[in-house]
Design a protein. Structure first.
Length: 484
């Protein structure tokens, strides 16, 4: 048993020795390899030591140089390590300071939140106390705020502000104060609101003149007297003005209403206390719908131009019918006067139709009744075309004029519906305007046809009266011949 143990120990010693020898041999080989590399490197390079360049002359000197460089690097590494440790300590101290500040700010935020919550509770309590103390005054202040808002809107659009600008400034402040629920209006502000409302009411019943700067129709700003008719209209130099509430400027309307209104406006400006008739627009404070309808409605000449080519042609036809009717009426008046004179005369005069018919009767007095009747009838037939000249044309014009008007209306409606097809029917005013322009030709046709029918009746009546006298006198001559 002892022998076996000794053998084991011997084997262990032998194994350890073998490993030691092997490691020593390997270390020697590594050392030789490193020394060889160092020698080769030292022969071809220079080593920096203490700031001086120097070449190694031997292995001992190279070893000494390597040792010196190693010591220098160890010192440098130690210094850098010390700097790193110092910087780490500083960063640690900064982190500690920041954490301290953070903790202090968190404590401060908690305190502020606590204070905010306490103030919220106090504010709710104070608001409840305010509402209890106000009582019915809260409702009164609500009505006061509503009245101030309505008054501000009224004053902003009133033409009285053209004479008294800046009247709504205190109302803006008053409404802002009452809307904040932090301040109550003073008695002076309430009285000022009451005064402003009454001032607007009183000024609305006055006709006053005041100097102001306006923009005329040419776009020039001029200073002249302006007449304010209550809260309805502004007049200047016989023209109506428009007031722009947003800018506070007054400008002359580019298109004025009818002559009777502008003349009345000029008379009002020259009046000195007496009653003067003038046109006002009660539908709006700064030019309402009534004034807009008057100034934007087309005048008669503009309506006529809306008829287009067909309208011009109808007008030409109507003018021809009027001239023809007047000419024939004057001619027939002269013929009728001569015929009446011939009725009073015993001698046949050939300057009138009746005289020429009587002349034929006198010239053919020896003929029998049938022949004389034929001669007289022939002469009446000769006189008829001259007497009825143009009457048939008047009748044709009276019949054609409405047809021309209908033609223009149909053409206008076609154009209107084509526009609707292209642009849609989104604007009813455009549709109404197109239809209105299309109907102008119908109006023109009727305006020509109705007077033409009346003129035709008048002229035809004159002609038929003359023809009736001719036929009556010729029948009288035949009867007298038959009796004799």
């Amino acid at each position: 048993m002892k022998t076996v143990a000794m053998s084991s120990i011997a084997m262990s010693i032998k194994t350890s020795f073998y490993v030691l020898v092997k490691n020593t041999f390997l270390l020697a080989l590594l050392s030789l390899s490193w020394l060889s590399a160092s020698v080769v490197h030292a022969e071809n390079s220079e080593i920096k030591t203490t700031g001086v360049k120097k070449s190694a002359a031997s292995l001992d000197e190279l070893l000494q140089m390597i040792k010196t460089a190693t010591i220098s690097e160890s010192k440098e590494h130690a210094n850098r390590e010390a700097e790193f440790k110092q910087a780490k300590a500083q960063q640690k101290q900064k982190l500690k300071d920041i954490q301290s500040v953070k903790a202090a700010e968190e404590r401060k935020a908690e305190q502020l939140e606590k204070t905010y919550a306490e103030n919220e509770l106090k504010l709710v309590a104070l608001e409840e106390q305010l509402q209890k103390r106000l009582g019915t005054l809260g409702e009164m202040f609500g009505h006061l705020t509503s009245a101030a808002g309505d008054t501000r809107t009224t004053l902003s659009h009133s033409i009285v502000s053209a004479q008294y600008p800046g009247r709504t400034a205190f109302l803006d402040e008053l409404i802002a104060k009452m809307s904040s629920n932090t301040q109550l209006p003073s008695m002076e502000e309430i009285e000022n609101l009451w005064f402003t409302i009454n001032h607007e009411m009183v000024e609305g019943a006055k006709v006053v003149k005041f100097p102001a700067t306006i923009t005329n129709a040419e776009g020039e700003q001029v200073k002249q007297d302006v007449v304010r008719v209550g809260a309805f209209n502004l007049l200047s130099n016989g023209s109506y003005l428009n007031f722009n509430p947003a800018t506070g400027f007054m400008n002359e309307l580019a298109r004025q209403p009818g002559r009777q209104y502008t003349d009345a406006a000029a008379e009002l400006e020259q009046a000195s206390g007496e009653f003067t008739q003038v046109g006002i627009d009660p539908t709006g404070p700064s030019g309402g719908s009534l004034l807009a309808a008057l100034i934007h409605s087309p005048r008669l000449i503009e309506r006529w131009h809306q008829g287009g080519i067909v309208g011009y042609f109808i007008t030409l036809v109507g003018a021809c019918a009027l001239l023809l009717a007047l000419w024939r009426f004057m001619v027939l008046m002269g013929v009728s006067k001569k015929v009446n004179a011939q009725l009073q005369s015993q001698t046949a005069n050939s300057d009138n139709p009746l005289g020429r018919v009587l002349k034929v009767g006198e010239d053919n007095a020896s003929l029998d009744v049938e022949s004389l009747e034929l001669k007289l009838h022939e002469q009446v037939l000769k006189e008829r075309p001259a007497i009825e000249l143009g009457i048939a044309l008047l009748k044709i014009i009276a019949m054609v004029a409405p047809l021309l008007g209908l033609l223009g209306t149909v053409v206008g409606m076609i154009v209107t519906f084509q526009a609707i097809t292209i642009f849609g029917a989104g604007d009813p005013k455009a549709m109404a305007g197109g239809i209105s322009a299309a109907l102008v030709t119908t109006v023109l046709g009727l305006c020509v046809a109705i007077p033409t029918v009346l003129l035709h009746t008048l002229v035809n009546g004159k002609a038929q009266r003359v023809l009736h006298i001719l036929e009556e006198q010729s029948a009288g001559l035949i009867a007298q011949k038959a009796e004799g």
